[in-house]
Design a protein around this ligand. Structure first.
Ligand code: 6GU
Length: 388
């Protein structure tokens, strides 16, 4: 594989000479070239930026040096990666795909970005990707090019001594990695989990899978598919998506079915979800982020959330009565948490003071009782701090 990096800070890419990419170069698997974009400027100040047409803050990278660099580096047929915070999020899947390319050219943007015509022009000559490495802003795309290169190069066939260790790593099977331990078996009064010393490989594999699931549910519920919450094999093909107005009728039907048992568990308590009309349910979809779960077309579960100050308020967590008790509600709760906007620092929800099963599940999921829910006699408020 040949990689070219175009940047106005070539020194930033010095680490590429080291460690993993360095090893790949030594093995002859990687031919790496870092170029200073200023080489293709024509004025004596080596200018690479200018003010934006239409006004606005910051500077924009001018097209001419990029064009000249693309011509000299002959990008035709290559994969050109523009690193930009407005790109598509970089994933392990993308790394795998890029590892199969003959030639990658990284174009590292600085300032407020690169003149759009540079990207449009590159598209006529090369396979263009605009990639971001996360939801935060760096001063330039150099660190991103470094990160992407490291993730890609270690996947080049023949690079890794032990290809199995690639397959077992975090994200490859869609779950976070399980915790790992080494000798000594006891250290500062902390013991290695006994199952790992048992020699029972079946038990060890089951424990690791369980740990991976727990971690993923806690830290990255967005990676979990609902079917992983369900142990009985007959409930695959779950489809989760944002609710639309067309779902309102089925939501109303399901919520009446689900809150009926709440009415029985909390005699005399007024339950908002039971009394609502179709119009109220329909209108609520504009005020809440509601998602519905379908199993082979049937609406079987739903939940909703919205921001109240810095609290992500979760509600209408419902699972069809015939499908309860399989972990779907627990999964849906972490899914509802994962929908929280970035400003949320905690989650809140309420349930009937007499809803023993709900309370058990919420407490297990880390929620603490905060007393009565204001405005709804007989209901209790539960909250949980968000872990970032
Ligand atoms: Cl690729 N570039 C910049 N400047 N900031 C970023 C990024 C890239 N990815 C996340 N933040």
């Amino acid at each position: 594989m040949r990689i070219d990096v175009l940047t106005i800070f070539p020194d930033y890419l010095a680490p590429l000479e080291l460690s993993l990419p360095g090893k790949a170069r030594a093995k002859g698997l990687l031919d790496l070239h870092v170029h200073d974009l200023r080489h293709w400027t024509t004025d004596k100040h080596h200018t690479t930026d200018d003010t934006p047409y239409g006004g606005g803050a910051g500077m924009v990278m001018k097209p001419e040096p990029w064009g000249a660099a693309f011509d000299e580096l002959d990008i035709d047929g290559a994969t050109v990666v523009f690193t930009t915070p407005s790109g598509a999020p970089f994933t392990q899947e993308m790394a795998r795909e890029l590892a199969g390319r003959e030639r990658i050219v990284f174009a590292c943007g600085r300032y407020e970005g690169i003149d759009q015509r540079v990207i449009d022009h590159a598209r006529t000559r090369a396979d263009v990707r605009e990639i971001s490495i996360g939801d935060y802003v760096l001063n330039g795309g150099e660190v991103a090019a470094l990160a992407i290169t490291e993730a890609v190069v270690r996947l080049i066939p023949g690079f890794m001594g032990n290809p199995e260790s690639l397959a077992e790593e975090s994200h490859e099977d869609g779950l976070l990695e399980y915790p790992v331990f080494t000798k000594p078996a006891s250290w500062r009064d902390l013991d290695v989990p006994p199952v790992l010393l048992s020699g029972d490989h079946g038990k060890i594999a089951a424990w690791r899978h369980d740990q991976a699931l727990r971690r993923t549910a806690e830290r990255r519920p967005d990676l979990l598919h609902a079917s992983q919450a369900i142990s009985a094999g007959d409930l695959d093909d779950l489809d989760v998506r944002p609710a639309t107005r067309g779902d309102a009728g089925e939501i109303l039907t399901l919520q009446r079915a689900c809150w009926m048992q709440e009415a029985q568990a909390n005699p005399g308590v007024e339950i908002p979800a039971l009394g609502e009309s179709l119009d109220v349910v329909r209108a609520s979809l504009d005020d809440w982020v509601m998602h519905v779960v379908r199993h082979r077309g049937r609406l079987v579960a739903a939940c909703r959330g919205r921001l109240e100050g810095d609290v992500w308020d979760i509600g209408r967590l419902m699972v069809a009565p015939d499908l309860q008790g399989r972990g779907l509600g627990r999964w849906l709760l972490s899914y509802a948490e994962s929908l929280a906007s970035t400003q949320a620092t905690s989650y809140s929800l309420f349930t009937g003071a007499g809803s023993v099963e709900n309370l058990k599940m919420y407490k297990k999921a880390g929620y603490r009782l905060r007393g009565e829910q204001p405005g709804i006699p007989g209901a209790v408020l539960l909250t949980k701090r968000r872990i970032f």
